[in-house]
Ligand binder design. Structure first.
Ligand code: GAR
Length: 186
């Protein structure tokens, strides 16, 4: 099975879904740019290896070099970003080209970047959703490999839509990663 590292910056609910529904891959490392990320504590409690390095005071190339060392130490072959809120450099994304995926809370190519749910509601969209995509240097712009749609209901605010989308993320991401890993081994 492919050895996967999941990168998080906060809560880590998608990381948790990836761990609990792993099929055809193993999460061997949970890494973060935020040593206090709640998801790290959950991963440790689960007995998973974790790595965290605060980005403050560390230049990006240096931070990414340390991350690469941790990835190598754990024999990682694939990276899944899950609420990882730091832009990775072109050098890093090129080095991992085709082996790094992300989940984004919109129906890409709509609403790259932040505040996706407010933007979908304000646009009057009938549906929101989430996308799993390959990560390239350009933010949220790599090829989409899977999407799930949810309705936007009358009276929805961003929080209501976010929780409906998040439930869909937890279903979509493990399945998409599993299918992607199987296809890229074949
Ligand atoms: C998720 O909704 C994810 O799609 C989003 O942040 C949330 C993280 O939640 N990611 C982005 O906005 C990436 N730009 P989690 O930490 O509980 O998985």
């Amino acid at each position: 099975a492919r050895r996967v590292a999941v990168l998080i910056s906060g809560r880590g609910s998608n990381m948790r879904a990836l761990v609990e529904q792993a099929d055809g891959y193993d999460v061997v490392l949970v890494a973060s740019n935020k040593p206090q990320a709640a998801g790290l504590a959950w991963a440790e409690g689960r007995g998973l290896a974790t790595w965290a390095l605060d980005t403050r005071g560390v230049a990006k190339p240096e931070w990414e070099a340390f991350l690469d060392e941790a990835l190598a130490d754990h024999g990682v072959g694939m990276i899944a970003l899950a609420g990882f809120m730091r832009l990775l450099s072109g050098d890093f994304t090129r080095r991992w080209a085709g082996r790094i995926v992300n989940i984004h809370p919109s129906l890409l190519p709509k609403y790259r970047g932040l505040d996706t749910h407010n933007r979908a509601i304000e646009a009057g969209d009938a549906a929101g959703g989430c996308s799993v995509h390959l990560v390239t240097e350009e933010l949220d712009a790599g090829d989409v490999i899977a999407q799930a749609e949810v309705p936007i209901l009358p009276g929805d605010d961003a929080d209501a839509l976010a929780s409906r989308v998040l439930a869909a993320e937890h279903q979509l991401y493990p399945r998409a990663l599993s299918a992607f890993v199987k296809a890229s081994i074949a």
